[in-house]
Design a protein. Sequence first.
Length: 295
Amino acid sequence: MNKQLILYISLITLGGICLLITIQILYKMALKKRKSVIENLNYSESIETSTPLDRPVRSFKIRAKESVTTRFSIFRRVAVFVAFFAFIIGVSFPFIDKLPQAFISIMVGAAAIITGMAAKPFIENFLSGIAITASRMLNIGDTIKLNDYYGTIEDISATHTVIKLWDWRRYVIPNSSMINQEFINYNLHDKWLWAHVEFYVAYGSDMQLVKEIAEDTAKRSEHCLDFEDPAFWIMETNESSITCWIAAWASSPAEAWELKAEIRTALILDLHKAGINTHVNYYSMNKKDLDLPLE
């Protein structure tokens, strides 16, 4: 073995050791940072409700930390395996020319095909999990809406994302599918929401009275933040009704859910009490009773 080969192997070995140390340091730093984020997380369910669990927030944080530890541990092991594989390739490189080229090509091709067919789903989900973790567009504790599903991110594993739906069901989706989905993240940069309710009133309604009633229903809710007054808009006028919006600030997605529910309930009661018709086809459906012409 000549000196150049010894020097080459020594440098490859030193580089491998440095790479392993770097992986370990980055792993500890990332894990510590993510656990700190979870510990300081102001967690809330997607809908405020009583729970049969004792100390549900604490239980959530414990599960989240365990999940993060497991996920980052898998990432570290894969990184170590890749580094070790690269080290073996690097050490073997000077001796490759001593093997028949046809043999090398067949072995590499067969290994690639077998690995690709057997591990494709896992590799896709695993790499997607790394991308989700690195992008920070989706984090444990975020409230999201995915298609028709509304809930809180409970876990992001190496292969799957678990969404705790508002009714406490769990929606499990592979990371490779999750990364290709469009979703709304209500906690991406801040937790406040301008919650709005859409409703309809019949033509002939006193719109000033409608505006006052809508704004009052929002102000009366304990879930409405008071740093800005609720806003009222007429969004559309069509053949059968007037489309209105009432919007107000809420401090979290769960508070916004409660705020919108209270506004809807109060609107129905208060508009009915004021004699304001809200049904789109009110006059058509009640023609015989009201003796009103349709033209």
